[in-house]
Design a protein. Structure first.
Length: 434
């Protein structure tokens, strides 16, 4: 039985809130126990592992592109994806570990290298659950990666007061657990994949994944290059404050992320026109929700940051206000990117947009960080977010003929459409109004 987008989005949202709640509690405990320096180390590892997640996102999009229209090819896509995950892990993880060993300020990358294969596998294999409209399985894996990890960190700090390396070890185990949970939902595919010819699918998947993964990596770098610059040019205290500001701002994205993520499978298997309509509706909903969240965060955010994390993190609350305008619109960037990459088949265009976004963020950060401290990167990030969303919105409107008003202004029926379950048509594909 296929569930409605509302029920799947609600399931995703609850999972995110539980996971984020546990990780926030762990973050507060880490901040109190180890100060801004310890908080910065753990946050830096979490940001660095997003490189693996970005590559996995690209592979997941490639799976949706290759197998979404013809689901008989899913077993071959599964076998091909596993091979690619193994090859990329063998290529990427050792240099990351070497950098962590040789550069004192980058020691957190040792944990990132160990977690890399698990994170890449987890994010890639999520794609098979998404095109099967089984988002609940990916949510359970996310709970293991976030909620269980956060609880384990809290227990470790409260009972044994482990050092930061112990905290990072728990973090790595969380990704391993998430990968295991995702794999256990794919046993049938694993059996079917043994008897299929993977050659043609491997070539197609690799060809599309090259661009889609490069697009995801460029997206990751364009919105995280500021963190690496802060890590290199400012103090560990500044890094701790800045990463906290980013984390607080991204809390606004939890509802919109749940809706967008739950809609990916529907966009992947819908017709071009239906996929465009779903994407526009999600974009309108997300922006409406984010405007409200941004106003609340602007008014209350700085005071809450200082109250919860302590006076040492006061700078994070100030930086948060400069991040909010960009974060408000960037929450809708993901669904636009997914449509343009998977349904419009233009991952190369996304790469070009993201490379310009990366340049905007990097150059503006370098130009402002010395004079304004962490406020400079916050301004740079906002400009980058605004450019990325604006460019993709223009391209989306050009490809689909959907007007700016229909893309940006929420309608009354948008909320009602969330409750409709997908309809199964004779071809075996699934379609839905949202």
């Amino acid at each position: 039985m296929k569930r409605s987008l509302f029920s799947q989005a609600l399931h995703t949202l609850v999972s995110i809130l539980i996971g984020q709640g546990a990780m926030i509690a762990a973050g507060i405990a880490i901040s109190r126990a180890y100060g801004p320096v310890g908080k910065g180390v753990v946050s830096y590892a979490g940001i660095a592992i997003m490189a693996a997640m970005a590559i996995g996102d690209g592979l997941s999009a490639a799976v949706a592109r290759v197998a979404g229209d013809d689901q008989s090819r899913i077993p071959a896509a599964y076998a091909a994806a596993r091979r690619i995950v193994a090859i990329v892990s063998l290529i990427a993880a050792p240099p990351i570990a070497l950098l962590g060993l040789l550069v004192p300020s980058q020691h957190a990358l040792i944990a990132v290298a160990v977690a890399f294969p698990f994170a890449l596998y987890l994010q890639t294999m999520n794609g098979f659950h998404l095109i099967g409209l089984r988002v609940e399985r990916t949510n359970i894996a996310s709970l293991a990666t976030n909620a269980a990890t956060g609880v384990a960190m809290l227990v470790a700090i409260a009972t044994h007061r482990v050092d930061i390396n112990g905290i990072l070890a728990i973090w790595v185990i969380g990704y391993a657990a998430g990968a295991l949970i995702v794999s256990r939902g794919l046993h049938r595919l694993a059996r079917e994949a043994r008897s299929v010819d993977v050659g043609r699918t491997l070539r197609e998947l690799t060809q599309f994944a090259r661009l889609s993964s490069l697009s995801s990596l460029a997206t990751y770098l364009s919105v995280r290059v500021d963190v690496f610059i802060v890590s290199a040019l400012l103090s560990p205290v500044a890094l701790g404050n800045y990463t906290l500001a980013l984390a607080c701002g991204e809390l606004m994205w939890q509802v919109s992320r749940a809706i967008s993520y739950s809609a990916y499978g529907r966009v992947a298997i819908a017709s071009f026109e239906d996929g465009a309509a779903i994407t526009a509706r999600i974009t309108r909903l997300v922006i409406a929700l984010e405007v409200i969240s941004a106003v609340v965060a602007f008014v209350l955010g700085p005071a809450l940051v200082t109250l919860v994390y302590g006076p040492a993190f006061a700078g994070a609350g100030i930086a948060l206000r400069f991040l909010l305008p960009g974060m408000m619109v960037y929450a809708a960037d993901a669904i636009l990117t997914y449509f343009l990459s998977v349904r419009a088949n233009r991952p190369g265009l996304i790469v070009r947009i993201e490379l310009v976004t990366l340049s905007v963020c990097a150059l503006t950060t370098f130009a402002t960080v010395g004079r304004f401290g962490i406020i400079g990167p916050a301004i740079a990030t906002t400009l980058a977010y605004l450019f990325s969303f604006g460019a993709k919105a223009i391209v989306f409107a050009r490809y689909t003929g959907i007007s700016a008003r229909d893309l940006l202004v929420v309608k009354g029926e948008d909320f009602a459409a969330l409750r409709h379950a997908p309809r199964v048509v004779e071809s075996g594909a699934t379609t839905a109004p949202l």
